[in-house]
Design a protein around this ligand. Structure first.
Ligand code: ADP
Ligand code: MG
Length: 722
């Protein structure tokens, strides 16, 4: 009976109501509205507590009228009707202009639902022009109210100023009254095992429960359904992936990888070795690797990735490394050329000499133009470039590889899940390339299972030994002016020892920000660099921000990194430096207006110092108090990225931190919380695996298969729109 839920709402509830609901709630079909679930249930006899109402919130409360007065306005024409409703302790004022007639029905002692936007007027909480629906009092029989309150539990929907919860309830009631039998996406035996109610019962009981227990049973079932759909999709994608083919890249003896390992100035950590062998095993398979490598800032992911790339080059293939920005692409190229030393062929792209000891490392970004671009494209196409580094420009169809064997994606959450999907689809003769995704944000297991569920996961838990200490202090310039001044003295001392200093600002300034970031209270890069120059004459200060061209950025970075006489000593920058920038001499970072940054972001920023053997100091400058200060203190208290990620997720939810919201996967989640419902997600995964093991095509579960196909196509539509 898919047809029923697919119908446009207008067909069932009439065009006018459908339009009103559609505009307010973004619901188009019968199914959309059926899945618009109540947030809670009110009861006629039980008044809603009025003590914790927040200004600006759209609320619906059950309350009782305690006072009603109508009067003429003193200075203007017209009348004002004021009422006071209570929960028997607190009260709320209702005001209506020129609606004196309402006095007839708004009688003291009556109760009902009152809905509107909370505001404060002369110290009193009020609803101006609220909408209301009074409980039937027997005297005035209002058929609409009688119908709305036929059952003891009144659904309270997430509503807006334009449609009230009872208008939504009325429309839902029409749907429920005509609800046919529905095919259940959860197979009967699964429902039996877990004691879940069927889909029809669940939909009826979540909207119109007889008891709270029925409502809870409905909610349990619908939550599990979301978990199962999510995990069945993951299991199905993994199965599809196992049917894809790839060229095995087994490397070889005496190749680049062997020579690279022998030339490394340090020993690999045990974590790097373990992950390295997982990756090598994957690369040797006939199916494309789909692996997520997570490791804290500085854990040495680049070396792991490079070793995989070399194994692929040793097998006659090419490896591409995708970075989120041009700055990072150039940085990676530099790091990789440094690490490879003589193994990186000189940058002359016309050399395709097979006797060459190494392989060419080529950079391709969007800003590369003209002859340089053509040469890069040729080296990629004829295979002389074994390692290709770039931004998403590498994904364009005009870029042809001779034999792309491996794609490494750095900093996945900035890069976007959808782009990753496109990568894996670059099919060549041998099949698809192997894919290795790297992230510095430790991702909780349940989030991995949902958003990155089709990836195998490797984790680098140890950080290379001998890494320098970084201490972090929070300095409040208002209450600690002496400490604040001391920062700049310390900066000069660091520079005096040949070290580098980062100063991070939350905006660019000079009108270059998006207007949303233009807060004059917040320090901007350009203005702050100038005032720092005035404060510390003779200091060589550079600036770096997103409005500079790729060339300008690259130039500044190389002068900041440089060893020459005129290298930059201090870099005032926005968060462009957040990810991956590697300057071993950087010993100090000052973050201005630190409360403007998230926990993970500060951790990433701080990861830019203490990368060599020079101990680091990180100063978070902020006058924030309350939660803002607590966040900064937690960053100061630990350098453990896993601990901080957990804090961050608890404070902000998974959506913002990991880009889960952008993945399209969670657009269908209404009840399931990927952070809190870990246990249920694990059970759903096991359940999905059982179902596919017994019946890979889901031939005996057509409703589940259909629902999955629909979710897939919804997700694609979502991603295309994004
Ligand atoms: P990540 O990308 O995980 O933040 P990098 O790969 O950039 O970390 O490594 C950070 C620094 O540590 C680099 O300078 C790198 O050369 C160095 N490094 C990597 N592995 C080791 C190791 N096993 N021993 C010592 N230093 C290492
Ligand atoms: Mg890195």
């Amino acid at each position: 009976m898919q047809e029923f839920v697919d119908q446009p709402l207008a067909v069932v509830i009439g065009g006018k109501s459908a339009k009103a609901l559609g505009d307010a709630l973004e619901v188009a079909t019968v199914g959309d509205l059926l899945r618009h679930y109540p947030r809670r249930y009110a009861e006629q006899g039980r008044l809603t507590g009025l003590d914790s109402l927040v200004d600006g919130e759209n609320i619906t409360v059950v309350a009782e009228l305690a006072e009603v007065t109508a009067r003429r306005m003193r200075n203007k024409r017209g009348s004002i009707l004021e009422a006071r409703v209570t929960d028997s302790r607190e009260s709320l004022r209702l005001t209506f202009f020129n609606q004196a007639w309402r006095e007839r029905e708004l009688r003291v002692g009556r109760s009902g639902l009152f809905s509107g936007t909370i505001s404060t007027f002369r110290g009193t909480r009020q609803l101006a022009h609220p909408r209301y629906l009074l409980f039937p009092d027997g005297v005035h029989d209002d058929p609409e109210a009688a119908e709305a309150f036929a059952s003891a539990l009144i659904p309270v929907y997430p509503a807006t100023a334009r449609v009230t919860t009872w208008e939504i309830a009325r429309a839902v009631r029409v749907l429920l009254d005509t609800l046919p039998e529905l095919d259940d996406p959860i197979p009967e035996e699964v429902r039996g095992e877990r004691g879940l109610v069927d889909i029809r019962t669940a939909l009826i009981d979540i909207h119109r429960p007889a008891t709270l227990r029925d409502a809870q049973a409905a909610r349990d079932r619908l939550t599990f359904e979301e978990a199962l759909m999510l995990q069945a999709a993951v299991v199905r994608r993994r199965a599809a992936r196992d049917r894809w083919t790839a060229t095995p890249r087994r490397g070889g003896t005496g190749g680049l990888l062997e020579r690279f390992d022998a030339s490394l100035p340090f020993d690999l950590t045990s974590g790097q070795r373990a992950v390295g062998s997982e990756v090598a095993t994957d690369l040797a398979r006939m199916h494309p690797m789909q692996r997520l490598l997570q490791g804290d800032v500085g854990s040495g992911k680049t070396v792991v990735a490079l070793r995989a790339m070399l194994a692929v080059v040793d097998s006659g293939g090419q490896a591409a490394l995708l970075a989120p920005t041009e700055v990072l692409a150039h940085q990676h190229a530099r790091t990789i050329r440094d690490l490879l030393g003589p193994l990186a062929a000189p940058d002359t792209l016309d050399v395709a000499d097979l006797n060459q000891p190494g392989t060419a490392v080529v950079v391709l970004t969007g800003s590369l133009k003209g002859r340089a671009r053509t040469e890069a494209l040729n080296a990629i196409a004829d295979g002389s470039a074994g390692i290709v580094i770039g931004t998403h420009a590498l994904l364009e169809d005009t870029v042809e590889f001779a034999d792309l064997g491996l794609v490494v994606v750095d900093e996945q959450h900035r890069f976007g899940v959808e782009q990753r999907a496109r990568l894996g689809e670059r099919v060549n003769e041998g099949g698809r390339p192997h894919v290795l995704v790297m992230t510095a944000t430790p991702i909780p297991r349940t989030v991995v299972m949902t958003v990155f569920g089709d990836l195998d996961v490797s984790t680098l838990t140890d950080v290379p030994t001998g890494r320098a200490d970084v201490v972090t202090h929070v300095v409040d310039p208002t209450t600690q002016p002496v400490h604040f001044e001391r920062i700049w003295e310390r900066m000069k001392e660091e520079v005096g020892q040949g070290h580098r200093v980062f100063v991070v600002c939350a905006r660019i300034g000079e009108g270059l920000d998006n207007t949303a970031d233009e807060d004059p209270e917040v320090h901007g890069v350009i203005e702050f660099a100038t005032s720092l120059g005035a404060r510390c004459p003779g200091l060589r200060i550079g600036t770096l921000h997103g409005r500079m061209s790729a060339e300008e950025k690259d130039d500044v970075m190389s002068r900041f990194r440089g060893a020459g006489e005129d290298h930059l000593e201090v870099l005032v920058a926005t968060t462009v430096i957040e990810v991956g920038v590697d300057i071993p001499q950087a010993s100090m970072m000052v973050v201005m207006d630190a409360e403007r940054f998230g926990i993970s972001q500060l951790h990433q920023l701080r990861g830019r110092i203490g990368r060599g053997s020079v101990p680091g100091v990180c100063i978070l400058v902020s006058s924030a108090d309350g939660v803002g200060r607590t966040r900064l203190d937690s960053v100061a208290a630990t350098r453990d990225g896993f601990v901080l990620a957990q804090h961050d997720l608890e404070l902000r939810g998974a959506g913002d931190v990991l880009g889960v919201a952008q993945s399209g996967l969670t657009s269908s989640l209404r009840l399931l919380d990927v952070m809190k419902d870990g246990e249920m997600i694990r059970e759903a995964r096991a359940c999905a695996e059982d179902l596919f093991r017994e019946d890979p095509e889901l031939g005996s579960h057509p409703a589940l298969r259909l629902a999955l196909d629909r979710a897939d196509s919804d997700r694609l539509t979502f991603l295309e729109r994004a």
